[in-house]
Every structure is written in C-alpha cells, then in structure tokens.
Design a protein around this ligand. Structure first.
Ligand code: NBG
Length: 836
C-alpha cells in the first residue's frame, strides 16, 4: 500500500499550480515543509516542544494537520468576513449529530493540495497511510442522519452557500464496538484523548443558557431540583468545512457545556467546596456523550437538556450575529434560515418565539410569522418509536416560559382546527401538540410542523407516506408546507477520495467535472459497451477488492478471497433493516450446498457491519447470530471456499470508505415503507456495486434513474406490506416452503449454537411465533431468487460490467450537491455568496 492509493491524481489535471494555490490561501512564501520557516517543521518541533527525531506517528499527524489548518485559516477568516460584509441570508443547520469521520485527506483533497502534500510526504519520507491512520474518526453521530448532516455541510461549502452547522461537541462519540464470543460489547470512544488539530475554541463567543431549575446528575441520570434557576455556559468549538476548490471555508460550530465561571463563589468560600465543584461536574456532563440510539426516542432527562442546550446556544449565537448587521428584527427571516435535522432541535420553535417576544419585544403575530418563516423541519423516519415526545412536566420544571408559549401555539392551532373542521374532535386530538393522558406529553414532530414553513421527507416514497399516513391531519391543514428532498451524498468523499482507482478511470474517460457536477457521470453511459472502459472499470474494482483483502488480513488477521463476489449488508442493526433476511438467505445457500456439493454457484463472501443500540437486545442477538453463522460456516469443510461470512466489527465512516469501493453487491432489503431513504445505497451505486433491494426509500429512485432492469428488485411493496398487516402469517411460509422451513429448523435446532442451546429462541419468536412484524418470511423466496439472477449475471463478466457501469453513470442525482441546491432554492431561499 503506497501513497498512490490515497491520492487520486485525477484532480491534479488542470488544477492550479501550488504557488498559485498558496497565494489563494494567503500563505505567500511559507511552505508546507523543507525550509526553516516551513509549517510542518515548526509545528512538529514547537507545538509540543519535542525532538523531531523522537516524534511519534501521532506527532507527525498533528503537525501535518495543523499545517493544513494554517494554510486554510486565512481563507476561513476571509469567508466569515465576506459574509459579514455582504450580509447575505444565511443557512443554519441544527443537528444533534454530525458523523464526520476523518478530515485530513478530505481537507487536503478539497483544498486541491494533493500534489503539494505528495511532495511534502516524499521529501519528509513520511508514510501517508500511517499518518492518516492516526486520526480518529469523529463519530458524533449514529448512522445515516448524522452522516447526511456531514455530507450536507460539505456540499453547502462547495456550492459557496453561506451556511453553518451547529451541533454538540460530545467528549465521547458513538461507542466503539467490540465482539466477544460473537456478542457486541461497547467501549467508550474517547476521540478527544489527544488534542484535535482541527478545532478552534472560541471562548470569547461563549453563551449563557438559563434554566428554571438546577440539576444533579448521578449514575448517568438527571435529577432536576425545581425552583432553583441555574445557568450553563456553551463554549463554541469551530471546525473548518472546506468546500471543494478551497475558496469557501465554512464553519461547523460544536457546543461544549461548562459551568458558568461566575459560579457560586459564596458557596465556595462558605466551605461547600465539594458542592460547588460538583456543579461544574454536572454542567460538563451534559455534553459528555452522544446517545447511541438511532431510531428510538428514549425519553431521558439528560437528552432533553442536551437538545435544549443545542438550540439555546445556537439561536443565541445566530441572533447575536444577525443583530451585528441588521437593526430591524422584521427582516430576521430574510437573513436567516434554520433547518431542523429531525425533531431533536424542535425546541427551536418556542425558543425563537421567546426571543422575538421577550427580547425583541415584537407582538405575537409578527413573532409567530417570523418563527415559521425562518424554520424548516426534516423528518427522517416513520417509525412510531422514534417520534419524540417529551413529558410536559419537564418543560414545566425546566422551561416554564417555553411551555407557556407551546400552550398558546396549541390553543390557536386547536381553535383553527375546530373552525376549519367543525365537530371533528378526533382530528383535534390528533393534531394537538399535547398528548393527553396520565403523563401529558409534548409531541415534538407536531410542534416542528406547526412552527415551521416547510416539512420534508428524505425520499419520494417517504415524503408521500409522511403526508398520507403519519401526520396526515397536519398535512390536511398545511398542505403547502409539505415537500420532498431526496437525500444525497458527497461524491468528493465517497468516490474521489474513497475510490481513487475508479475516480481515475472515470476522469480519464469523461474529464473531472463530475467532482462538482455529478450528472456528468451520465457521459459514461455509452462507455458501458466500450471494451477498454469496461476493462478499466473491472481493474478498478479488482484493485479495491484486493486492497480491502490486504487491509483485513493486516488489521484483523482474516483471510478473504478477492475473486469471490463481495456481497454486503452494512448499516445499523435493526429489525426493519432485516439483517436476518440476508442471514436466512445464507442459511438457504448453506443447506443447498450441504445437500448438493456439486451445485454450481459462484463463491461468495458475505460482509455484515453495523452496531446495535446497547439496549436493543434483539439487534444484539442478530449480531450474535451473524457471528455464529460465520463461525459454523468457517468450520464446515462442506462449504469451504464457496461461502464465507465476515462480520466486520466497528463499522464506521472510515471502514465504509474502504469497503464500499470493494463491493460487488449492495443489499438494501428493509421492509418496504420503513427505510426513509438510505444513503449507503447511493454510495454503493456510485462505486459500481449492483443493488439487490426492496422498493423502499431512495432505492426506488435509483431504479428510476438506472432503469429497473439494472437493479435486482424484489419483495412486497409498501402498499402490500400495509395491506398484509391484517392477515399476514409467517407460519404459512414455514409450512409451505421447504427451504424456508429447513433454514429455520437448522437455526432452531442449534446448528449454529451447539454450545449455547436455545440462545437464538428470541429470533424464533421474532420470525415465527410473534408474527414476523417485518415480514422476513414473506420476502425470503423472492430475495433468494433475485440473488440467483444476480449470480447468473456474474458469470458473464461483460454483462456484469455493463450493468455496473450503467449504475455509476446513473448515480448523478444522488449527489448531496443536488439535494442542497434544492433545499437552498425551495426551502431556504439562500443564494451563493462567493468569497473573492
Ligand atoms: C435515518 C433513516 C435513513 C435515512 C437517514 C437520513 C434516522 C432517524 N433516520 O433511511 O433511517 O437515510 O435518516 O435521512 O436516523
């Protein structure tokens, strides 16, 4: 693995000379390395005052990353200055999650400094791979929702939009996943153990957040002490968000919680030393850790305060910025658009209203119009267990003013409902912001919809279902607010950086404009039939596969054969994502091979990767099953060399960047109607994998773009799933389908759990006796058949390459540049503000 594997030279063609670039970054004669005042040497020696000869890999990484930050710093400052000067409407993206991954290679690439960095590495005899490996993934997110936010802010910067991300600076990101005896165990992700070279702390811009109560935190849970107001301090940490080309460098601002520095000195000197310090501890605990659940709302007090803290800090900050350049509050929504990434920051509705009423002293009507005009809300899931509802009592104790405002919003909403739909009390109950009952709750999705001018889903089918089922009554009342914005991913990270061999082949064939205009890939369509392009495509895939195999051998001691079909299912473990459906398919194949050793079948390697929420026992059991399946198959000489199952622990952004380019097959097999969009499906498509999938989420649109004949779609549609709810019975499939029955029997007779009898019986309940809510058995047969068609195609190398190339060529729509342009035009009304 040499340095050539990381940098895609495709970008050097036609890119400006290094000296010109350094001028763009205002760096004058300062060089990255090699002279007395070069950046790298200075950082290495002086930042930590170490002997250069004794520097560790981590020291070298930090020095290199800081050099890159130095280069971009003046542009970064200039970007903000330009916005201050031109005073454009700005976009603020509020998200509890930003799943950033690593930044070094991405920043170097987006700054167009690949060649310069290469030179520096050569002169300094640095090991680039080793350097990159020193950077921990910034895993401040769970999965798709957080990774989407990271792609979005990169696209916004590339499109020169005056945009800013706001999130929380968790001391601990998503847990690290280990596997012991097949079981997942969690370990803290101490990603800030060593100082992060990208972030800049801005103590001068701290904000104060007031709450109407105080807290005690013990054993990870929060106890509120009513009637004793307190405040928290939000300290901003800024990270550069480099747009491709390095002209716009936006900011991701992450808040860390701290105790106020004026905190109770009286108590301190009065002798309550421990009590006073404990206050600091509890304040800082607030942003200590990311909640590791992606699709459940857990109703924890600490999370509630985290959400409010994000909202309060961010709004105070952006309001302060607004006031610097704008004397007139009435122009607020012409100067700021705020997008709420899911309901997590939905407290922005009452918070903004409060600011406009209590601080700007506007009247209700004007304040309310401005609030709605400024806010937009994105829904990311229809799963009822994920729709946040917070106890009204918590608002009462912590945020009584906000509760008062919510009640007034609700009173007006219900009045309007009653006058528009007289006598329809059922509807009134459903649209209400308050769920009545023993413990009254605030429905955060209703609040976000009512308090904003736009509600969007993340793929066409999902936006449709949102409107027609999940929040139908609100959609009836405010139809003009509802719209769709199909997700996208940034091709800079997911193709240019992650897949240098394919990027090069693409650029050689159609030029490099695709880097900022992914629709250019459609020029590849005619080349699907071109022998030399097919060869180049195949070589690129083969390269990526053997590189992945090398990496797996070196990092985990696992041997895999790059000449098998790489058949992948990587995402969070969840029943609806149906990892068990893929596992059942493998058991069916296993049975076939055991019964008929001469069966013709192209050998396959199955990859699973993903984490389960720590409290989601069934998902953890699914991980255990996959691991046991892998072990049993490995130990069975009957299928050796033909089937291999690999569970990849610690699936994260960096692992996705290695695996996706190496994949032949992408499994997108959620129960139709349950995966809002999916985004890895797009990454696989861009990288030339073929999709086997249900008609769900954005996979439907992928098939529209590429032609259904170029994907392998199967299974029940969302309508069929919904219609089958009343009568579906998995027992029918068990009784009438011999292969289904044999597969389940093998599992239930402990073939994969010889030493742990009965361990998988909850899977039996899930799949069979408890009704198979996600309808695995209904789709198993057609799923197996879809893969048979795919296997037959693989035997014809040209036909396979043809389809795969057509998929790459049709992936243009799934750039987050397209998605962000749509948000900017339809929801935000934010225009580019190029930095000179
Ligand atoms: C997830 C959906 C995915 C979707 C991403 C990004 C949540 C709550 N939702 O299907 O499950 O691709 O959001 O929109 O994490």
């Amino acid at each position: 693995m040499g340095t050539k594997t990381v940098f895609a030279p495709s970008v050097s063609a036609g890119s400006p000379s290094v000296s010109k670039l350094l001028q763009q970054y205002g760096c004058g004669p300062v060089r990255i390395e090699g002279t007395d005042n070069a950046l790298y040497e200075r950082h290495l020696l002086f930042d930590n005052a170490i002997d250069i000869g004794a520097a560790t890999s981590r020291d070298r990484f930090e020095a290199f990353a800081r050099s890159v930050r130095d280069i971009l710093s003046q542009r970064w400052v200039l970007t903000e200055k330009t916005y201050e000067l031109k005073n454009p409407k700005r976009l603020y993206y509020l998200s509890m999650e930003f799943l950033i991954g690593r930044s070094l290679a991405n920043n170097v690439s987006n700054l167009l400094l690949v060649e310069a960095a290469k030179d520096a590495i050569q002169h300094k005899h640095l090991d680039w791979i080793d350097l990159l490996e020193q950077e921990p993934d910034a895993a401040l997110g769970n999965g798709g929702l957080g990774r989407l936010a990271a792609c979005f802010i990169e696209s916004a910067a590339t499109l020169h939009l005056p945009a800013m991300g706001y999130g929380l600076r968790y001391d601990y990101g998503l847990f690290k996943q280990g596997i012991r005896d097949g079981w997942q165990y969690e370990q803290p992700d101490n990603w800030l153990r060593a100082e992060d070279p990208w972030e800049v702390i801005r103590r001068g811009e701290k904000v104060e957040v007031r709450l109407n109560c105080s807290f005690e935190i013990s054993g990870g849970s929060l106890r509120a002490i009513p009637g004793r107001p307190s405040s928290l301090i939000g300290i901003p940490f800024d990270r550069p968000v480099v747009g491709y080309g390095g002209t716009t460098i936006n900011t991701l601002r992450l808040w860390a919680a701290a105790a106020p520095d004026f905190f109770n000195f009286q108590e301190f000197s009065g002798g309550d030393f421990v009590g006073a310090l404990a206050q600091t501890l509890s304040a800082e605990s607030l942003t200590r850790v990311l909640y590791p659940d992606d699709t459940t709302s857990m109703g924890q007090g600490l999370r509630f305060v985290q959400e409010y803290f994000l909202v309060a800090c961010s709004l105070a900050d952006l309001v302060r910025r607004f006031q610097r350049g704008n004397p007139d509050w009435s122009t607020f929504s012409e100067k700021a658009a705020i997008q709420l990434n899911d309901t997590h920051p939905a407290m922005a509705v009452p918070e903004l209203l409060r600011i406009l009423l209590d601080e700007a002293h506007l009247g209700w009507d004007e304040a309310w119009e401005i609030t709605k005009g400024t806010l937009g809300y994105t829904n990311h899931t229809l799963l009822p267990e994920a729709l946040e509802k917070w106890p009204l009592a918590w608002f009462e104790i912590m945020l009584p003013r906000h509760l008062e405002l919510i009640c007034e919003i609700n009173r007006r909403l219900l009045d309007e409902t009653r006058s528009r739909f007289p006598g329809d009390e059922g509807r009134v109950e459903r649209v209400s912001l308050i769920e009545e009952g023993a413990g009254r709750k605030i429905r955060m999705a209703n609040l976000a919809i009512v308090g904003s001018h736009s509600t969007n889903g993340v793929a066409a089918i999902h936006s449709g279902l949102l409107r027609t089922t999940t929040v139908k009554d609100l959609a009836d009342m405010f139809p003009e607010r509802f719209n769709n914005k199909t997700n996208g991913v940034t091709q800079r990270r997911w193709l240019l950086l992650a897949n240098p061999a394919l990027s090069r082949a693409v650029t050689d064939a159609v030029g490099d404009k695709w880097i900022t205009d992914l629709n250019q890939l459609s020029k590849l369509k005619p080349l699907a039939a071109d022998r030399s392009f097919r060869d180049a495509f195949r070589r690129a895939k083969r390269d990526a596969k053997s590189q992945f195999a090398d990496w797996l051998r070196l990092s985990a001691g696992q041997t895999i054969d790059p000449d098998t079909i790489f058949d992948c299912h990587v995402k969070r473990f969840h029943e609806y994502k149906r990892q068990m459906l893929m596992a059942l398919r493998i058991v069916v194949l296993y049975n076939r091979l055991r019964a008929n050793p001469d069966l013709e079948m192209f050998p396959r390697t199955f990859f699973f990767g993903g984490k389960a929420a720590p409290a989601y026992h069934l998902a953890k059991l699914m991980i255990k099953f996959v691991n046991n399946l892998a072990g049993t198959i490995d130990g069975d000489p009957a299928v050796r060399g033909r089937l291999k199952v690999v569970f990849l622990p610690e699936y994260c952004v960096s692992l996705a960047e290695r695996l996706i380019p190496a994949s032949d097959v992408s499994n997108q097999i959620s129960t139709a109607g349950y995966e809002a969009s999916g985004t890895s499906n797009m990454k696989f498509m861009m990288n030339g994998a073929l999709t086997v999938g249900t008609r769900d989420g954005a996979t439907i649109e992928m098939a529209e773009e590429a032609g259904e004949e170029n994907l392998f779609l199967f299974g029940l549609t969302a309508e069929q799933v919904a219609a089958g709810r009343g009568w579906y019975n998995p027992q029918f499939h068990y009784e009438n389908e011999p292969e289904t029955r044999a597969a389940l029997n093998l599992i239930f007779t402990d073939h994969f759990s010889r030493n742990e009898p009965g361990v998988f019986s909850p899977l039996r309940e899930m799949l069979l006796t408890n009704g198979d809510f996600y309808m695995h058995l209904a789709d198993l047969t057609s799923y197996v058949q879809a893969h048979e068609r795919l296997g037959a195609l693989y035997a014809d190398l040209d036909a396979w390459a043809h389809k795969a190339i057509l998929n790459v060529a049709s992936s243009g729509k799934f750039s987050s540049d397209r998605t962000i342009s749509e948000y900017a035009a339809d929801i935000w009304n934010v225009k580019p503000c190029p930095v000179p």
